[in-house]
Design a binder for this molecule. Structure first.
Ligand code: NAD
Length: 236
């Protein structure tokens, strides 16, 4: 079923955009316990304010920089609730559009650190928390730009290919241990991540919408529904 009744889950990058929309839909699908992971307590507090008292009571927050091994949010969920069934590794950052000729290698390093290293660390700690139960579902947020080229976004695009490649390898290694691993590849979706691409009078967004088959930008709740499917037993 698409319901998450007895399940314990966590979401990184849960304070905003696709992560927050996923948290809301998991709570609507009756998830038992949910750990919201993001960079700052303030951002997490703002996210909590959007939930009902019953939803809030099922959540716990964890402040972490996903790119640092100092933070083990999967272990925290396991200690607190005795199990971990679902992990959505979604935290990510973008970069300002710049040609390869002009991109500073520091930009490359920063993007890879959060989007690449962060996803690897999350995958490792969540798989370690799931393996004793021989079950679990891990979903990593890649991107349409992890399926095609990404002019002016070389570091971002490469990081999203990296996490999709990591997903395929993880699926091969972890499926025999009972853990499903998938990635989602959203097209351009309205969240704070693409705010600075809006341009004057929204023409940047119009161009992005025009390049899609639907001729519109996606909404975070639409991506969240695909993530819900992959997290649930419906995707067994
Ligand atoms: P967003 O900026 O609204 O949310 C991203 C969240 O991740 C933020 O709350 C941010 O604080 C958190 N985060 C960033 N770095 C972190 C770190 N080091 N540690 C912990 N948390 C961190 O953006 P979004 O669009 O919801 O992005 C979510 C995911 O979706 C990202 O991986 C992004 O690359 C991917 N994505 C977005 C789009 C789009 O068009 N919006 C398209 C394809 C893929």
């Amino acid at each position: 079923s698409f319901f998450l009744h007895d399940k314990v889950g966590l979401i990184t990058g849960a304070a905003s955009g696709i992560g927050l929309a996923t948290a809301k839909i998991f709570l609507e699908a009756d998830i038992k316990r949910l750990l919201l992971v993001d960079r700052t307590q303030e951002a997490l507090d703002r996210a909590l304010k959007q939930l009902s008292p019953d939803e809030m009571a099922r959540c716990d927050c964890f402040v972490a920089d996903v790119s640092s091994e100092e933070f083990n949010y999967a272990e925290h969920a396991l200690q607190r609730w005795g199990r971990l069934d679902i992990a959505v590794l979604n935290a990510g950052i973008g970069n300002e559009p710049t040609s390869i000729l002009e991109t500073d290698v520091k930009v490359w390093d920063k993007i890879m650190e959060v989007n690449g290293r962060g996803a690897f660390l999350g995958l490792q700690q969540c798989a370690r928390a799931m393996v004793s139960k021989k079950s679990g579902s891990i979903i990593i947020t890649s991107s349409q730009l992890g399926l095609q080229g990404s002019p002016l976004l070389s570091a971002y695009g490469a990081s999203k290919w990296a996490v999709r490649g990591l997903t395929l390898t993880a699926a091969e290694e972890l499926t025999p241990l009972g853990i499903r691993v998938n990635s989602v590849c959203p097209g351009p979706t309205v969240t704070p991540l693409i705010d600075d691409m809006k341009g004057k009078d929204g023409e940047g967004w119009h161009r992005m919408a025009d390049a899609t088959l639907m001729k519109r930008l996606g909404e975070a709740h639409e991506i969240a529904k695909a993530i819900l499917y992959l997290a649930s037993d419906a995707a067994s």
